[in-house]
Design a protein around this ligand. Structure first.
Ligand code: C5P
Length: 231
């Protein structure tokens, strides 16, 4: 059964804790990303954990291997379950992240590699020098590479998860942002799909932010996404 992770993209610890309480028991897993972590630091991770929630720390590490290794160690001490690195950081960086995580034994955070951000399309890839390649082709190449260097899973568009789950070993985690319940606004996401489609195609975790956080009733919105996931 795939899990729902709510992206806690708010600016303050107060807002974060209020949203988690508003959403309630329906959701047990939250993603803390750059916006909130930069504002509030590790304490906000501890505060959300203290509410009994599991954490995906999405700081998209991308640095030299030694720095990433140490950052993963720091994140492991916070008790986070999922961590994200950029696959474009290279083989040694991903391996260093994997090794640092493994030091935590049974509590080792899982290392997820992001391939191509779901906000990028073909024209955006051309801008950064990936020319004449569709995002899906680039995603497959980077996914195979990252999984081969020690990543436990991938963060990918729900449009690509079908091809990737068919290609990679069983047990690989597939975390998909860019999920939009039927009828909701896409915002800056360009390669979106519905919760039902993402689950059908092999996503193990769905990350949903604005459609839940921005809803008039975030609890009901979360239940709606969970229902769509079950369909
Ligand atoms: O609000 P929305 O549902 O678009 O939020 C998606 C979340 O997933 C954001 O926190 C965004 O930073 C993150 N994310 C993404 N695409 C990736 C990796 C992470 O949208 N490839």
């Amino acid at each position: 059964m795939a899990e729902l992770i709510v992206a806690l993209d708010v600016q303050t610890r107060e807002d974060a804790l209020a949203k988690v309480k508003e959403i309630g028991e329906a959701v047990g897993f939250y993603k803390i990303g750059l916006e909130l972590f930069t504002a509030e630091g590790p304490d906000v991770v501890k505060a959300v954990r203290d509410l009994g929630k599991r954490i995906f720390l999405d700081l998209k590490f991308h640095d030299i291997p030694r720095t990433v290794e140490r950052a993963v160690r720091s994140a492991g001490k916070l008790g986070v379950e999922l961590l994200m690195v950029h696959s474009s950081g290279g083989r040694a960086m991903i391996a260093a992240a994997h090794e640092a995580a493994a030091e935590f034994g049974a509590a080792a955070p899982k290392i997820l590699a992001v391939t191509v951000l779901t906000s990028l399309d073909r024209a955006d890839l051309e801008d950064v020098g990936v020319c004449g390649r569709d995002p899906s082709v680039q995603v497959e190449a980077m996914a195979k590479f990252a999984a081969g260097c020690g990543a436990d899973g991938l963060v990918c568009s729900p449009r690509e998860v079908g091809a990737l789950s068919a290609m990679l070993a069983k047990g690989t985690l597939f975390v998909t942002p860019g999920v939009r319940p039927a009828g909701s606004a896409t915002g800056d996401q360009k390669r979106v799909a519905t919760p039902a489609d993402a689950v059908r195609d092999g996503a193990t975790h769905l990350v949903v932010g604005r459609p839940i956080l921005g809803a008039a009733d975030p609890h009901l919105a979360a239940l709606g996404v969970l229902k769509e996931m079950q369909n």
